[in-house]
Design a protein around this ligand. Sequence first.
Ligand SMILES: [Zn+2]
Length: 224
Amino acid sequence: MLFEQLRLDVIRVGIEMLEKGLTIGTGGNISARCPDGEHFLITPSGMPYHTLKPEDIVMVNQATGEMEGPRKPSIEIHLHWKTYLARPDVGGIVHVHSPIASALAAARKPLPVILDVCAFNFRGQVEVAEYGMSGSVELAENVVKALGQRNAVLMANHGSLAVGKNVDVALDRCELLEKASHAYLLSQLVGGAVALSQETIDSLLSGVGKTYGQQPAPGGDKKA
Ligand SMILES: [Zn+2]
């Protein structure tokens, strides 16, 4: 089967999303861009994550929308499709209904950069996409617009979405968005959070953000 490992990654991330309490039941959806650069894989509509098999994951042609597989894709296929078209850097997308980020989305309040990890991961304030009905092209367009070049977005009266180079990074960002939203709400009890300035965010992104983690050894394989 084509892209079997990527299909297994999508299923695993679906189960982890549930276990982390970022959604319930069959809510949320996950997709991964295929290494051929022409297709993406997306979770099917309304199937419990722990029952999914690789063949249940739907493969979609990015140019034509043609689908392969026996299942109907997630109703949020436009959300994923339009995000891939707008963001060639994105390899994985996770959409969740986590409770605290959803509280901000319901109140239509953006999440400022209140923790430095937010600067590295989200690349700026997490904006609120205007409301659109679930599954609509309008919702997808609103989300793409509010996401811009950042890595997470709140969806008015609905939930949130995060992107990354793969599905694991996107899931981690959904979890971070939930924890940062929690910190933001708690900070209201002690006088309110102080958002980092744009100057500080830029310095973080050009400094620590570029050197954090394991870098290739000098003279090592530059392709790594
Ligand atoms: Zn949803």
